[in-house]
Design a protein around this ligand. Structure first.
Ligand code: ATP
Ligand code: MG
Length: 613
């Protein structure tokens, strides 16, 4: 391809809103342009690399037997109403009407579309398992699109959905997807960190995210220095800093040696620090009690206290009770924070958040700041596991300006439920090996997820099993963002001058720069380009009437792996030669022009084979 015949509008300056490297370089290298907030056009150079990412993903999906389809991006609202997400998705869902006034959704993801297709086609267990995927446009009305194509409003996602007769079959596909994802990212030259992730209100055993380390990442990853364990902080557990949680009976026996519960007046105490000083204690001895409001709780609350404050239950789509709104007290050791994602998972709630002050007062009977689990009867108390090891603690007394001392779990209060609700932080110990955990910021490139029966149940998908019995298939879903993957490749592979493409993703593999585009140099440059192209190599020939310096600068910016310079001096050597430089390496070297095409082809194939291995 001739430079003058393509469209690569390189820029020296950087747009003001481009704060990360990939955004800046994609702009400057003429890969993308912005058409609106979160809306980008890929220009020819950007599209070439984009298509390569796409092809790698397609090959790996096909390789594990997933089948590509192409559903529409605009989907009838009925499907989203059937799954319940027409209401649940909120503002990020773009809804449109047609001329007849019918509602449609611009797909932000496609569980509904795929499941509707399956519902209409699935009849027998013989059709299962089935894994389908698309590589298609998505739209999410992100509140704050930023970082270029990293978080756009319109983007392209590979999303796959699999349907199975049983959990074992789902697990097999889930594992195969995980392996395919690892290969995809390796082939793109990316170092990803797979981490365990929250699997949401559906529970279930499997959810894994593929992260790249990134200062702009919105995810906190908890990683073990010793055994390589990794989890999103939303999911991360850690080893308790006490022996195994005691049984209730054991705790009650242990509590016998604790002094009796004592109410202490704490009138002058305004802050937590003042409280420690006043009681001569520390955060670790305090049972912090927070009142939470949860929405759409699917946990069975029939045995929970406080029927008066729970709205009447309404059956969920899968037959379980769902409480539209419920309140809980969460008790946790004073030096630890509640992990709200874990709490939502325990409650099987769509959303949790701290209750309003008025609710706190109504439910605890005391001003904010004096809640405690002792004597709290209006709402269920959920205790973090750390609390089960506390037998001489301090906590709020449900009365203004009063606290309890010598509080013992099991003796002075018994929570309705005990669960791991702790936010793990750097320095905690790995639950697997006891090693030290540390934190990193990460950006999510892909996600694989065992969905369970949520969509197949809500959308009434059935098939007949071997015995002619009607059953509902179990489902998994698997997504990768193409734009974000491409931008992440640049984040990982660049220097001050521009991109340094891995061979597999490079828009072209060889950039030929004739120092002047005329006479013999022009002929030789064209011959070399032709030979390389005949060998299947992708070549960009810089035929512009520009100074060599301009061409070199642009060459560095575009990041094409091999740069071949044709100049009078080297061509006049005894063995006429060209200068070759691998982008990202310091030194260039001379290659005889005879055989240069073959030599370069060999080098490129070696690099490709290494990445695609
Ligand atoms: P995030 O937490 O970053 O918003 P998500 O968890 O909502 O992502 P998924 O629904 O799991 O994302 O989508 C699968 C993949 O789609 C993500 O891993 C990411 O690569 C990509 N993706 C999601 N939202 C965007 C976006 N606004 N712009 C570009 N890519 C996106
Ligand atoms: Mg996700």
């Amino acid at each position: 391809m001739y430079f003058t015949q393509t469209f690569i509008p390189t820029l020296r300056e950087v747009p003001a809103d481009a704060v990360i490297v990939s955004h800046r370089l994609m702009f400057r290298a003429g890969m993308i342009r912005k058409l609106g907030n979160g809306l980008f056009a890929y220009l020819p150079l950007g599209l070439r690399s984009f298509r390569k990412v796409e092809q790698i993903i397609r090959e790996e999906m096909n390789g594990i037997g997933a089948l590509e389809i192409k559903p529409p991006v605009i989907v009838p609202a009925e499907l989203w109403k059937a799954s319940g997400r027409w209401d649940a998705m909120g503002e990020s869902l773009l809804r449109v009407k047609n001329r007849l006034g019918s509602d449609f959704v611009v797909s932000p993801t496609a569980e509904e579309s795929f499941t509707a297709l399956i519902r209409d086609e699935l009849a027998s267990y013989r059709q299962l398992p089935l894994a389908l995927y698309q590589i298609n446009t998505k739209y999410r009305d992100e509140v704050r699109p930023r970082y270029g194509v990293m978080r756009g409003r319109e983007f392209v996602m590979k999303d796959a959905y699999s349907y199975h007769a049983d959990e074992a079959s789902l697990d097999k596909t889930y594992q195969a997807m995980g392996r395919a994802y690892r290969r995809i990212f390796k082939r793109c030259g990316l170092s990803v960190i797979p981490v365990k992730a929250d699997s949401g209100a559906m529970g279930g055993s499997g959810s894994e995210e593929f992260m790249v380390e990134s200062v702009i990442g919105d995810n906190t990853l908890i990683l073990c220095k010793n055994c390589g364990f990794g989890a999103n902080v939303e999911k991360a557990a850690c080893k308790d800093d006490f022996d195994a949680p005691p049984s209730l009976e054991a705790a009650q026996i242990a509590a016998a040696s604790t002094q009796p519960l004592e109410k202490i007046d704490t009138p002058s105490v305004k802050t937590i620090d003042e409280l420690w000083g006043f009681l001569k204690t520390e955060a670790k001895s305090f049972i912090k009690t927070l009142i939470y409001r949860a929405l759409n709780v699917a946990l069975d609350l029939s045995s929970a206290p406080g029927g008066t404050v729970l709205e009447k239950r309404k059956p969920g789509t899968d037959g379980t009770a769902v409480y539209p709104e419920a309140f809980f007290a969460v008790a946790i050791r004073g030096d630890i924070d509640v992990n709200e994602v874990k709490l939502a998972a325990v409650l099987k709630a769509s959303e949790v958040g701290l209750a309003a002050d008025t609710d706190v007062v109504r439910l605890t009977g005391a001003p904010v700041g004096f809640a405690g689990p002792v004597g709290l009867s209006k709402i269920p108390v959920i205790a973090d596991i750390t609390v089960t090891a506390m037998k001489d603690a301090v906590t709020g007394a449900l009365i203004q300006d009063a606290h309890y001392a010598h509080v013992a779990y099991g003796r002075d209060f018994v929570p309705w439920l005990t669960a791991d609700l702790r936010t793990v932080v750097a320095g905690d110990c790995c639950a697997l090996c006891g090693g030290e955990l540390y934190e990193k910021k990460g950006n999510e490139l892909g996600h694989i997820f065992k969905l369970g029966y949520k969509y197949t149940q809500a959308m009434q998908v059935h098939y007949l099993d071997e015995n002619g019995k009607s059953r509902i298939p179990i489902m998994g879903c698997y997504g990768i963002g193409l734009d974000r993957t491409l931008a992440s490749v640049i984040e990982e592979h660049h220097d001050d001058d521009g991109v340094i493409w891995p061979m597999t993703i490079a828009p072209y593999q060889v950039l030929i720069i004739p120092v002047k585009y005329e006479g013999e140099i022009k002929n030789l440059a064209e011959q070399l380009a032709q030979k390389l192209e005949q060998a299947g190599i992708e070549v960009l020939l810089d035929d512009r009437q520009e100074r060599p310096g301009v061409k070199f600068k642009d060459g560095d910016l575009l990041g094409i792996p091999y740069r071949v310079i044709l100049g009078d001096k080297n061509l006049a050597l005894e063995v006429p030669s060209v200068e070759v430089k691998r982008r990202g390496e310091q030194d260039s070297y001379l290659l005889p022009i005879d055989g240069a095409a073959e030599a370069l082809t060999g080098l490129i194939h070696t690099e490709l084979a290494e990445l695609n291995r």
